[in-house]
Design a protein. Structure first.
Length: 281
């Protein structure tokens, strides 16, 4: 399941500036054009509208859209005095967004004089995902972060025997999972409700969104007096691209005791936010 990605760029700036010697720039950042029509809106007003955006990939971080300055409403952004430095991109300048009486401070940033390896974002502006109201790819609203063109999400029906153990108790046992293989994310096993011991779970108030699957709701568990918050999630109405997981339930493999697949204990898998993290450093 994809994380929510509040303040993608600021995370990247602060993370990469902490130790500029970790990796050479050319292995940290990749900038490429995208053919998608991308728009950003605030209070119903389109503040960026581009068919010439670029997508910046950076190790350890989610991809970020950068818009040509000519495709950003210059009358709706105001230069801020805030500055930061990233050794992989250079000095960043920040912009406030002003739509009517609403002012969103430091909602956008740019690299007016990037280092040579990141020259591809000169004269481009990026926006904090969660500071604006709405993102569109073509005519579809997208959530959380841009969809990575290098990521696959395959939901495949299986007959493997899946057992989930939590605090010594088998809380799920199924031979009809839908297995989701998602690039950079641990394998997830989505199980029918009937194959989960629902009496051990209660509904959570947590709701999240994933750009590849849709809106998720969660369950808490109470096992032998121990509470486990938001340990299970389900997409009751996933987006049309991934209908097979509708109404099924998945566990955080890394938060339960173990997951058995055909009687064999599953090994711990890693998360990767960027496609660059999958390759040798």
């Amino acid at each position: 399941m994809s994380d929510s990605a509040a303040s993608t760029c600021q995370t990247a700036v602060s993370a990469c500036s902490s130790d500029p010697s970790v990796l050479p720039v050319e292995t940290r950042v990749k900038i490429e054009p995208t053919s998608r029509w991308v728009r950003v809106q605030v209070d119903g007003v389109t503040i960026a509208d581009s068919k010439s955006a670029v997508l910046l990939h950076e190790r350890g971080h989610l991809p970020v859209y950068y818009f040509p300055k000519s495709d950003v409403r210059q009358d709706l952004i105001v230069a801020s005095e805030h500055r930061t430095f990233c050794p992989y991109k250079g000095y960043a300048s920040y912009w406030d967004v002003k739509v009517g009486d609403r002012v969103i401070e430091q909602a956008a940033w740019s690299y007016p004089d990037p280092i040579p390896q990141s020259e591809g974002v000169r004269e481009y502006i990026a926006f904090y995902w969660n500071k604006v109201d709405k993102w569109l790819e073509e005519e579809e609203e997208i959530f959380v972060h841009p969809r990575d063109p290098y990521k696959r999400v395959d939901a495949i029906a299986s007959s493997r025997h899946i057992q989930v153990v939590l605090n010594g108790v088998v809380v799920a046992d199924s031979k009809r999972p839908v297995i989701v293989f998602e690039t950079g994310v641990p394998v997830r096993y989505y199980l029918p409700e009937e194959d989960i011991r629902k009496e051990l779970f209660t509904s959570s108030d947590l709701k999240t969104s994933c750009p590849y699957k849709g809106d998720a709701s969660y369950l808490n568990a109470e096992i032998n007096g121990q509470s486990y918050e938001n340990i299970v999630w389900t997409y009751q109405s996933p987006i049309p691209e991934i209908p097979k997981i509708s109404g099924l339930y998945a566990f955080y493999n890394e938060r339960v005791d173990t997951v058995y697949v055909d009687g064999v204990q599953e090994t711990v898998q890693q998360w990767h936010k960027s496609i660059l993290d999958l390759f040798e450093e």
